[in-house]
Write a protein of this length. Structure first.
Length: 398
C-alpha cells in the first residue's frame, strides 16, 4: 500500500480532534463517586421565613447549576437542608445532627446573624468551614473563630447609605428603631454612630422586643420628637410593613424612611404605601456581576418569582464555596479555609475578600428606593440608577 503523508496527517488530526472533544465532554461528567453532601438549615417557617425560603431556594438552584456543570471535584453535590423554624435551639441541634449523625461532607450557614451566632460554636468545634451567606454582625467575627466567613457587608453599614443621603440633603435629626436581636442592634448602633459623627441629632433610639404587634407608642414618640429621618433595623420583615401602616394611620411624616432590608414582599404587602421608602439591598439584578442575568432568569423560571438578595446571597455563597474547593483540590477544611482567606473574586452576588478573621472587606451594599412600584438603586453614586425622590411627601399629599 502506498504511503500518503497528507492522508495520515489528516487522519491523525481528526483522531486528535475527536479525542479532544471526548475529553472536553467527559470532563463535565461526574464520576461514580457518591455526591458531596452539604448540610444546612434555613428558616422555612417562623419569623425569618420571608428571608429563609428564598435563601433555601438559592442553595437548591446552585446545586442544580453546579451539577449541570459537572459538580465539584468531578462529583455531584447534594444539599441536605432542614427547617430550623427560626429557632436558635433547633438550629443548634440540627447542625450537630448534620455533622455527627448525617455525616455531611460540608456545611453552609443558616439565615441571619442570630442563628449564625448560635450555630457557629458547633461548626467551629468540628472544624467545619462555615460560609455564612446572610449574617453580618461584626461581633460574630471578633471571637477568634477560624472557620467562619462573611459574605454580606457588615451590619453596622446597613443603614449607612440612608444616613449619608440624609446628611447630604441637609437633614439634622434621626430616629432609630431597632429590634432586640443581634443584627438589628448592630445595624442600629452603626447608624447612630455615623449620624453623630456627621453632627446629626439622634433624639430617639428605641429598641423593641421581637414579636411586637403594636408600634403606635414608638411612632407617637417619634411624631412629637420632630425628626427628619427614620431608620429601622429588624430581622422580621413584617415589622417594616407594620411600621409603615402605623405611620400612615397616625400621620407620622418624615422626609426619609429607610429599612435594613429591601425585598419584593415589602411592595407586595404595602402597595402604594411602599413608595418613597428606602432599604438596604446587598444585591440587585441590574448589577454588572458575572452570570447575574442567567441566575435571575433561572431563578424566576424555577420558582416563579424574582430573586431577593437573600436568594442571591445563598447562591453566590455556594458559588464561592465551590471555587475555593476546586482551588484546594480537596474537601479538607483547613485547605479550603486557606483558599478562602486569600481569595479575591466576584460571584453573581458580590465582590468577595476577607481579612484574617474571615470578615468581609469587599462588599459595601446598596440602598434602593421604591419608585413607581419598582426597586431602583439610589446609593452609592457610582452604582445608582436614578436620583432619589426627595423629600418624601406627607401622607395627605400623596
Amino acid at each position: 500500500m502506498a504511503y500518503h503523508p497528507a492522508s495520515t496527517f489528516s487522519t491523525r488530526l481528526i483522531s486528535a480532534f475527536i479525542l479532544a472533544v471526548f475529553l472536553m465532554a467527559t470532563a463535565f461528567i461526574p464520576n461514580d463517586d457518591p455526591p458531596i453532601r452539604i448540610g444546612a438549615t434555613m428558616s422555612e417557617t417562623g419569623a425569618y421565613s420571608t428571608q429563609g425560603i428564598p435563601a433555601r431556594d438559592g442553595y437548591l438552584l446552585c446545586e442544580k447549576h453546579l451539577n449541570e456543570q459537572g459538580g465539584i471535584l468531578g462529583r455531584n453535590i447534594e444539599f441536605l437542608i432542614y427547617d430550623d423554624e427560626s429557632s436558635t435551639d433547633r438550629a443548634i441541634a440540627l447542625y450537630e445532627q448534620l455533622i455527627t449523625e448525617d455525616e455531611v461532607d460540608l456545611v453552609m450557614g443558616p439565615y441571619g446573624s442570630t442563628l449564625t451566632e448560635a450555630v457557629a460554636p458547633v461548626t467551629e468545634a468540628h472544624k467545619m468551614v462555615h460560609i455564612s451567606p446572610l449574617a453580618a454582625t461584626t461581633s460574630i467575627w471578633e471571637q477568634g473563630r477560624e472557620y467562619l466567613f462573611m459574605v454580606l457587608p457588615p451590619a453596622e453599614y446597613f443603614l449607612a447609605g440612608l444616613i449619608d443621603m440624609a446628611d447630604r440633603n441637609g437633614l439634622q435629626s434621626v430616629a432609630i428603631i431597632q429590634e432586640d436581636q443581634l443584627f438589628p442592634k448592630a445595624a442600629g448602633s452603626g447608624a447612630v454612630e455615623m449620624a453623630r459623627e456627621r453632627g446629626m441629632n439622634v433624639p430617639v433610639i428605641y429598641t423593641y422586643p421581637s414579636g411586637l404587634d403594636d408600634f403606635s407608642p414608638i411612632l407617637n414618640l417619634i411624631k412629637f420628637s420632630d425628626v427628619d429621618v427614620i431608620g429601622m433595623a429588624a430581622s422580621s420583615l413584617g415589622d417594616f410593613t407594620a411600621v409603615v401602616r402605623g405611620m400612615k394611620e397616625l400621620d407620622v411624616n418624615v422626609q426619609m424612611f429607610g429599612t435594613s432590608g429591601a425585598v419584593t414582599e415589602f411592595r407586595d404587602e404595602l402597595g402604594e404605601l411602599a413608595e418613597y421608602a428606602y432599604g438596604l439591598s446587598a444585591w440587585e439584578p441590574g448589577l454588572p456581576n458575572p452570570g447575574i442575568e442567567e441566575f435571575t432568569e433561572s431563578y424566576e423560571e424555577e420558582f416563579g418569582r424574582q430573586p431577593s438578595f437573600h436568594a442571591a446571597g445563598a447562591y453566590g455563597s455556594c458559588q464561592l464555596f465551590a471555587e475555593a474547593i476546586e482551588l484546594a483540590g480537596t474537601l479538607d477544611s483547613d485547605a479550603i479555609r486557606d483558599e478562602l482567606l486569600n481569595l479575591e473574586t466576584t460571584t453573581i452576588f458580590s465582590d468577595f475578600a476577607v481579612d484574617e478573621r474571615g470578615y468581609q472587606t469587599a462588599n459595601r451594599g446598596l440602598i434602593i428606593q421604591w419608585q413607581d412600584g419598582e426597586k431602583v438603586i439610589v446609593w452609592p453614586d457610582d452604582l445608582s440608577q436614578t436620583e432619589p425622590r426627595f423629600p418624601t411627601p406627607k401622607w395627605d399629599e400623596r
